[in-house]
Design a protein around this ligand. Structure first.
Ligand code: C6P
Length: 407
């Protein structure tokens, strides 16, 4: 049930973009899995930074540079607290994709041997497939894939069978972007660690929905993107366990990541800077910290309950809607409803919804192997966030009624 404590109108007022007409209808933004909207607190933080502070970090012998450095490193501490990590273990990246690529390049390509295995799931986003696949191809290792049950939950018996001492890396999505399925990552990580595997969780679709504690999960690496957490695009995070980061070679080389450079050789800066070559996305990091601080000031339990109520209403309506098939009916899900409409190609359904002001994503959702395994070309995906309303869920289904008539 939606928590009574949640004042949804006051919450929505903090997201000015929501208050607009699209194609002559009030916007219903249900594409939050792709990117979330940004609250005024984040927009203001970006403006304040560029209006009053803008300067390069860790370099200048002047006031603004000190100020920018303080805010930038403060932002790192905010992220560390958010994940229950230490600040040296928080690396700034462009997003989840780059975070996973760092581990694929600096761990997988360094350590994999012929015969080794990397274990992922059928439901992974391409960002958590292709980097491992390419590392396996380069090193003669094998990519193993956990299948799904009919409800699109992971087949955990198959996971137990696939996991072995050959498994050197286990990389799993916390929640599936295409299906919403929430995976039991803590239990899986513990099992993978018991066979000596390095573990990574792709948290792109998790962090905006519920609190994450990397110590509690026991995971070695955790990746997420700022833009799916009410923050700007172009900023993301890789959490890495300190001893693993210490042992890894740098990802990119250049300024900032070095300690001493001569023409003959270079030595590396301490963590986390060893992994941050070049001028970082300073405003992005400050914007991400503003988003986290803003979120921390909300009643997260109430937000979670509200999202669950949105998903429950959407699922109920979808089940009652003739000719609609839900794709992904696992018991444990984040607020994502993927579906197919009889006789309607997802792209056409999406376009007809857009004409009515309803924004969804259609297609393979960067999960082509998942779509292949389900034998479908793609889905229509409505992905809900904290500022969506039960009325908007109803608007989606009213709009779908019209789509059905049209089709
Ligand atoms: N999913 C979606 O509409 P980036 O692009 O690096 O910020 O995030 C990549 C990524 C990785 N893992 C998961 C589970 C994801 O959902 C995404 C991004 C968006 O579903 C865009 S494809």
């Amino acid at each position: 049930m939606t928590s009574k404590a949640l004042d949804i109108n006051a919450l929505r007022a903090q997201f000015p973009i929501l208050d607009q007409q699209v194609n002559g209808k009030p916007l219903v933004y249900l594409d939050n899995g792709a990117t979330t909207q940004k609250p005024v607190a984040v927009l203001d933080a970006l403006q304040n930074y560029y209006r009053g502070v803008n300067s390069n970090v860790h370099r200048g012998a002047h006031y603004l540079s000190d100020e920018a450095t303080g805010q930038f490193e403060g932002a790192r501490q905010t992220v560390a607290d958010f994940l229950n990590a230490s600040r040296e273990e928080i690396l700034w990246t462009k997003g989840t994709t780059e975070s996973i690529n760092i581990v694929a390049q600096c761990v997988a390509r360094e350590q994999l041997q012929p015969g080794d295995e990397v274990l992922i799931a059928t439901s992974e986003h391409h960002a958590n497939i292709v980097p491992w696949q390419q590392a396996c191809l380069a090193k003669g290792a094998t990519l193993k894939v956990i299948p799904l049950h009919d409800d699109c939950s992971l087949d955990l018996d198959a996971f137990d069978q696939l996991l072995s001492e050959k498994t050197k890396i286990f990389a799993i999505g916390h929640a599936s972007n295409a299906l919403g399925t929430l995976n039991p990552v803590k239990e899986m990580v513990a099992k993978a660690k018991a066979v000596g595997s390095i573990t990574l969780v792709d948290g792109a679709q998790a962090v905006a929905h519920f609190p994450v504690d990397v110590q509690d999960l026991g995971v070695d690496f955790y990746a997420f993107s700022g833009h799916k957490l009410f923050a700007p695009t172009g900023i993301g995070v890789l959490y890495g366990r300190r001893d693993l980061l210490e042992a890894m070679p740098p990802y990119q080389t250049g300024g900032e990541m070095i300690e001493v450079v001569t023409f003959e050789k270079s030595t590396w800066n301490q963590l986390p800077y060893k992994f941050e070559a070049g001028t970082p996305n300073i405003a992005g990091a400050i914007g991400l910290a503003a988003a986290i601080n803003w979120l921390d000031n909300q009643d997260r339990a109430a937000l979670e309950a509200h999202e669950n109520a949105l998903l429950a209403r959407a699922t109920e309506q979808a089940q009652a809607f003739g000719g609609l098939k839900i794709i992904g009916t696992a018991a444990s899900k984040v607020s994502v409803l993927s579906f197919l409409l009889d006789g309607g190609h997802p792209a056409d359904v999406g376009m007809l919804l857009d004409k009515q002001g309803v924004a969804v994503r259609t297609g393979h959702h960067c999960t082509m192997p998942l779509m292949d395994s389900l034998g479908i070309p793609g889905t229509v995906r409505a992905s809900f966030s904290i500022y969506n309303t039960l009325d908007e869920v109803d608007r989606l289904f009213e709009a779908l009624e019209k789509v059905k008539t049209f089709l």
